[in-house]
Design a binder for this molecule. Structure first.
Ligand code: NAD
Ligand code: IPM
Ligand code: MN
Length: 372
């Protein structure tokens, strides 16, 4: 197949990890006879420096025309002045919103070979296999923001339709898994959460009677997630809770550098490029890691695994996606750890970790067969 992939490296370690994932996609293309074309565009701080805007029109246009988008990370101290008129993170929020990517899937499945990197006791981690569906284009991130001399406000708002589609996405996913959905909110305090809970209960009862839905308050969820992570299958929650809980969940896997994500929408919804066509955006859940940027030591696995999600969800290439996932598994099993996973001072470089995945690809993937 032919596919146009827009690559948005962004800032900090973004260019280091997207380069690794592009190499892996190129190898998959060669091995399976696909023609992937890559076009790099600017976003975030790099775009602000070049154009004054965090999401230049040319970048958004290219993304809309592409078959899928692969993103590194944005942000960093250079652009973090609270008085700056524009911030890198606005570019990321804008592209998610413009493409209608309301469902952000963040799978968490600790790898047996990396259990030592987690601060959680290994017996709690075996068998953990959960996925967080984070609502991505609403809530407090996108409500009205105001700043006065002595006060500031961020409005948190959700519509019934925004909640419905997110719950449907989570319940549909659960049907192909263990059939359980945990909806996380703060319904004891927030009006938006009371609406969230009401809508989740109705949608699950009316449309997904075969799915078991439970509700959990976000504060105790933060505790349960570490104390009994095996209990969870699909966790669905609003934008900010999902952001926070998934960085926490990365500690189950051992590092932020292991968690990929897929941001998806629906053909025909706002932001879709054309009827019947929806672009997915794939990125690691971590940020630009300014503390290690430029040193060639970042963990590329989360971005490589995001490329696997791209193959699966945007290109429909399930075998190829599995092959990339197996190759990362193989590299971890071979003990190829970057510094975030390795005992102090013993990590390998981004390049070496990428080379290990490429080597595993040769072992894991079927030999070249030419398909159309
Ligand atoms: P961060 O995720 O960048 O880093 C947190 C810690 O995890 C750091 O110690 C970092 O070195 C480590 N880490 C992250 N990814 C790693 C990897 N692949 N390999 C090894 N170690 C890794 O979070 P932060 O420091 O709070 O934020 C830094 C900047 O990144 C901020 O400007 C923030 O807005 C931005 N950010 C962007 C995204 C994104 O683009 N999606 C996500 C989160 C944060
Ligand atoms: C993430 C990041 C972003 C978010 C920031 C950089 C806007 O933390 O992708 O998890 O909060 O969504
Ligand atoms: Mn985050």
């Amino acid at each position: 197949m032919r596919a146009d992939i827009v690559v948005l490296p962004g800032d900090g370690i973004g260019p280091e990890v997207t380069a690794a994932a592009v190499e892996v996609l190129q190898a998959v293309g060669l091995r399976y006879g696909h023609q992937f074309r890559f076009a790099e565009h600017r976003i975030g701080g790099a775009a602000i420096d070049a154009t004054g805007e965090a999401l230049p029109a040319a970048t958004l246009e290219a993304a809309r025309r592409a078959d899928a988008v692969l993103l590194g990370a944005v942000g960093g101290p250079k652009w973090s002045d609270p008085k700056a008129p524009v911030r890198p993170e606005q570019g990321l929020l804008a592209i998610r919103k413009a493409l209608g990517l309301y469902a952000n899937l963040r799978p968490v499945k600790p790898h047996p070979a990396a259990l030592g990197a987690s601060p959680i006791k290994p017996h709690l981690l075996s068998g953990v296999d959960l996925i967080v569906v984070r609502e991505l284009t609403g809530g407090i991130y996108f409500g009205q923001k105001q700043r006065g001399a002595d006060r500031a406000s961020d409005v948190c708002e959700y519509s019934v339709a925004e909640i419905e589609r997110t719950i449907r996405h989570a319940c549909t996913l659960a049907r192909g898994r263990r059939g359980k959905v945990t909806s996380v909110d703060k319904a004891n305090v927030l009006e938006t959460s009371r609406l969230w809970r009401e809508v989740a209960t109705r949608v699950a009862a009316e449309e997904f009677p075969d799915v078991r839905l439970e509700h959990q308050l976000v504060d105790s969820m933060a505790m349960h997630l570490l104390a009994k992570p095996r209990e969870y299958d699909v966790i669905v929650t609003e934008n900010m809770f999902g952001d926070i809980l998934t960085d926490e969940a990365s500690m189950l896997a051992g590092s932020l550098g292991l968690l990929p994500s897929a941001s998806l929408g629906e053909a025909g919804a706002d932001g879709a490029a054309a009827p019947g066509r929806q672009i997915g955006l794939y990125e690691p859940i971590h940020g630009s890691a300014p503390d290690i940027a430029g040193r060639g030591v970042a963990n590329p696995y989360a971005t490589i695994l995001s490329a696997a999600l791209l193959l699966r969800h945007s290109l429909g290439l399930e075998d190829e996606a599995r092959c990339v996932e197996k190759a990362v598994d193989g590299a971890l099993e071979a003990g190829v750890f970057t510094a975030d996973l390795a005992p102090a001072g013993r990590g390998v470089s981004t390049r070496a970790a990428t080379a290990a995945v490429l080597e595993q690809l040769q072992l894991e993937c079927q030999p070249v067969v030419l398909r159309d």
